[in-house]
Design a protein around this ligand. Sequence first.
Ligand code: ATR
Length: 509
Amino acid sequence: MAKICLCLTAKTLKRNLEILDKYRKYADMTELRVDCLEPDERLLIRRFPEQAGMPVILTIRRDVDGGQFVGGEGVRINLMARGLAFAETDRRRNFAFLDIEEDLDVPSLEEAARTFGTRIIRSYHNSQGTDPNLLTKIRSMRHSENEIVKISVRANSTKDVLHLLKAGKECADQEKILISMGHYGTYSRILAEQFGSTISYTSAFDEEDAPPAAPGQVDIQELTNLYHFRSITKNTKLYGITGNPLKASSSPQFFNTIFELEGTNAVYVPFPADSIVDFMEIANHLSLEGVSVTIPYKESVIPFLNSMTDEVRKIGACNTLILTPQGWKGANTDARGFSGSLLAFLSRENFKRQRVTVIGAGGAARAVIYELHRLGAKVLILNRTAGKAASLAAPYKFAWGGLDERGIARIEKYRDIIIQTTPVGMGSSGNPSDFADPLAFYNFSGREEVMDLVYNPKMTPLLKRASGAGCNVLNGYDMLIRQAQHQYVYFTGKEFPDHLVSRIRYGEI
Ligand code: ATR
């Protein structure tokens, strides 16, 4: 099973030991990043393994490799030698590993390490990108059999992660550490076992004076408590969510908590992806069993489906992939999640005799419109691009308009319920149009029931204004949970555990 290594990047040894003590229970080993220590402290590293009381990797990372060491190579080699000096017969008092970059050739140092049982991690770093020749590197970097090859390369795209994953698979027989650094590669650290890595490097994000040692690292507590890293084996069923940009999502928390409570050997991981084509190849390589699909891939994923539910066919959007023996099956749980949530909120069975305005005509709106039609509502669709509202409305014979004064004036006849389906109001992309109110021209009478599919923030500007005018308002959180419950059923083939429903409602999960 892959081991968890806590990287220690504080400026003093004392502080590193404090941090190590605080997170000891999460770590199997630790890496002393000597390059992050103050110069005087670097001279005192020899006793650190004994003080640490667990296997320690000695690493002095150069600035060119993403570290902080700017001195000459002579000084660096000297420091490494200092770390290995006065080796003791009790190996727990020596450094367990020495990280040596592939281009550093100091036979005497390697000889000393080998003699006293310090294993060499032969590392290669590229903080700019992912090299095309990784396979050759992995195969040829070792100077002796007992070394562990470490490849740590920046993933600028999903294709880069795929490249590393494939290279790792080709060398399944070899002990190694493979890391795709950065946002796109974060899951290479969670799924270390699947990537064929023996160690996952983590940091303690709560400790501000010991910043994460590399981009894309996962917090050590999150790795253990959210992803249950120690339980991930080759037999663990893998699920996840893909999208771009994949913002902080509640889905990993939801699924991983339920898997744990149910004793299911499964993990649910975020897969940020800049290409659905490359992601689907990764999904196949990792043998994912199920995937939640979010913006912007709900439509572009459809060509990858071998079969689909009626809802996917009619809505034209898919948010759930399930692996079947024949290939991927697509489902749409947004639709039932939406109607279940809104009907419960309104204490209704259906939308008959309800006149409803829907803002937006994207993937989310498509599921909403499908359900409103199925359950008997009369609908007006308003969208920034009026043409898209028109084409969405046509098959249902619904009314449509632009998101302008004229369109908004038409709401008067469709205002029992108003549903906002665009990402406007989400406020997470840094775009000034976020936090905006897409219905700014419209004055609420106070009698409308208003739903915003956005759930973060809990109250969008639109909901705040509607609530201020006396309307009942509902955000998208309950819909999210309901659609995830449907996804759970698709993913596992089991009923959603009844005893967990009330805990979800009370926000315990
Ligand atoms: P989703 O799957 O979340 O629905 P989508 O398919 O990309 O995402 O659709 C986004 C919807 O939000 C569209 O209706 C889009 O309007 P356009 O069709 O005119 O692009 C709408 N939208 C996005 N940003 C918007 C903004 N700043 N103001 C108004 N509408 C916006």
